[in-house]
Each structure stands twice: as structure tokens, then as C-alpha cells.
Design a protein around this ligand. Structure first.
Ligand code: GAR
Length: 227
């Protein structure tokens, strides 16, 4: 077979989704990725247990799933090294946390610096950690929402890539507010991820900037109207 002189096409970036729970963000990303001209391949869904809804959803969506049980006999950095090995075996470029509720060790974050993305259900830096909707209600904030960010070594911290704000309404309880934020998450995560992978969103220090024709969208702030 004669060799072609044309350069080989650029490799399609490979994304791993790390999940721990329900999987609704995984599904939002998978549905976006099934659309036209998505720039990456959803190459792996990684979970530590088979019996979680996110794994069932991933299988229903036809995504490749790997279950990597965590070995309680080894420490977190060693567990995370096993995760790294699994990601490297699958030649993963982007690590996307979609409801992944384990805290990753600093060594893991350093090893994959700038390539780990997370979504958190608050307008960071407000309300890192758990029970964000309950705490937002208790604090009396009028705006709440979700943040997509690069992961750094601190909890729910790192350069902010995009945020979606939703109103907090007078008769909200935790469940109603959580539902409104989750809808916003599903609208926020896929386009931010896409822009990052396509290089339309670049990170310099703590700040992310949209470049080129997307610059008008900086910052990406989605207002999700109340139904
Ligand atoms: C989402 O609300 C996500 O923002 C949150 O877990 C939920 C997962 O839902 N993540 C965190 O709190 C991470 N700090 P999902 O499994 O249906 O996507």
C-alpha cells in the first residue's frame, strides 16, 4: 500500500467521565456529544461501583464503562494512582467529574493539572462542600446556581470556566431549589466543556477567557427563567 503524503488527521480528544451517583450530568453531556460536530470522544465512564444509577444510565446510552472498585487497604493517593493508570491506559485527555463525590488527592490533581473539570452546585466561591442548596437558603441569598471549574488542590476550587445563576424564590425549599439548579447544570456543563476542548476557552492563572468569536460570551452566565 503506498504511503500517503497527507498529514494524519488530528487525534480526537478523549474524555473520561467520573461518576458516583445519579448521572444526570453524564446524560446531559452524552446527549450533547451525540449531536453534530462534538469535538471529543466519550471514551470512558469510570465508577467505583456497578450499582449506581449513573452506571445504568451510561450503559443505556451505550458508553464504555469501567468499574474500578476502590481498595480500602490502600491510602487515597494509592487509590488515585490506580485511577490514573486506568485513565492513562484509555489514553484519556480530559477528566470530567460529573457528580463524582470523592475528593481527589493533590498528587492526582498535579499529575493531571489543567485537565480535570468539575461541576459544583453553587456559585463558587460561595458554598463549597456539601448541602449547598440548604446553606444557600439558610444564608438568604437571592441568586444561587452552578459552577464549572478546573480542579485544583483545594476543595471545590480552581479557575472558574462558567457559571449559571438561578433565582432563589420566596417559597423555595431545598428540593425545589436543587431542581432548578440541576436544570441549569445540564445547560451549562456541555457548552463549557465543548468550548474548553475546542480551545475557545483558555485559562490563564485563575481566570478563564473566551477567545476569538466567542469572546462576547465572556463570562458565560445563564439565567434560567422560572417556569
Ligand atoms: C450535581 O448537582 C453536581 O453539581 C454535584 O453532584 C450532583 C450530581 O448529580 N456535584 C458536587 O457536589 C461536586 N462537588 P448527577 O449525578 O445527577 O449529575
Amino acid at each position: 500500500m503506498p504511503k500517503s503524503d497527507s498529514p494524519s488527521p488530528a487525534a480526537v480528544p478523549r474524555v473520561a467521565l467520573l461518576v458516583s451517583g445519579r448521572g444526570s450530568n453524564l446524560e446531559a453531556i452524552a446527549r450533547a456529544a451525540a449531536g453534530q460536530s462534538w469535538p471529543a470522544c466519550l471514551a470512558l465512564v469510570l465508577a467505583h461501583r456497578e450499582d449506581i444509577p449513573a452506571v445504568r444510565r451510561a450503559r443505556e446510552l451505550g458508553l464504555p464503562v469501567r468499574i474500578l472498585p476502590l481498595n480500602p487497604a490502600i491510602d487515597r493517593p494509592a487509590q488515585d494512582a490506580q485511577i490514573s493508570q486506568c485513565l492513562e491506559e484509555a489514553a484519556i485527555d480530559w477528566i470530567v467529574l460529573a457528580g463524582y463525590m470523592r475528593i481527589l488527592s493533590p498528587a492526582f490533581v498535579r499529575r493531571h493539572a489543567g485537565r480535570v473539570v468539575n461541576i459544583h452546585p453553587s456559585l463558587l466561591p460561595a458554598f463549597p462542600g456539601l448541602h449547598t442548596h440548604r446553606r444557600a437558603l439558610a444564608a438568604g441569598v437571592k441568586l444561587h446556581g452552578a459552577t464549572v471549574h478546573l480542579v485544583d488542590e483545594a476543595l471545590d476550587a480552581g479557575p472558574i470556566l462558567g457559571q449559571a445563576a438561578v433565582p432563589v424564590l420566596p417559597d423555595d425549599d431545598e428540593a425545589r431549589l436543587a431542581g432548578r439548579v440541576l436544570q441549569a447544570e445540564h445547560r451549562l456543563y456541555p457548552p463549557v466543556l465543548r468550548a474548553l476542548i475546542e480551545g475557545r476557552l483558555r485559562v490563564c492563572g485563575q481566570r478563564a477567557r473566551w477567545v476569538g468569536a466567542s469572546a462576547a460570551a465572556d463570562p458565560l452566565l445563564l439565567w434560567v427563567p422560572v417556569a
